[in-house]
Write a new protein. Structure first.
Length: 132
């Protein structure tokens, strides 16, 4: 499987700052991200991947998702009519507009969907002000 290089291609803006794919994308990861009052939430579709074969790393403003989708060893190319599924290692990295507090990040994996909730820093959260 080849590598697709994407340098600085914006995926979405958050607080006016584009979220960017860092350096390169390896393999295939289908993502959706959104923001609520307290966090940025990333979800990744990873069918056929086991929880034990996934990892999430954070460093500074960078979050990296990766893992490996293993192929079925019983199926060989000479016994296959069509092979459209991707196998192998994959990785995707994003720069966020704030330093990530790794201790507060939550990650869940259910039915092939990885969900990361990355809390905004205290000073970045939205607070309602009562008008007198």
């Amino acid at each position: 499987m080849g590598e697709i290089e994407r340098v600085g291609s914006p995926s979405k803006c958050w607080l006016g700052v584009p979220l960017k794919v860092e350096d390169k994308v390896t393999g295939v990861i289908v993502l959706q991200d959104y923001e609520d009052e307290n966090a940025i939430v990333l979800t990744a579709e990873l069918p056929g991947v086991e929880k034990e074969d996934l990892y999430v790393d954070t460093k500074g403003k960078l979050v990296t998702l990766g893992g490996e989708r293993k192929s079925d060893e019983k199926i060989t190319d000479e016994h296959s009519y069509r092979r459209e599924r991707n196998y192998g290692k994959f990785e995707r990295s994003f720069n966020l507009p704030f330093e990530i507090n790794t201790e507060k990040v939550t990650a869940t994996f259910n039915n092939g969907i990885l969900k990361l909730e990355i809390p905004k820093p205290e000073e970045e959260t939205t607070s309602k002000v009562t008008i007198q």
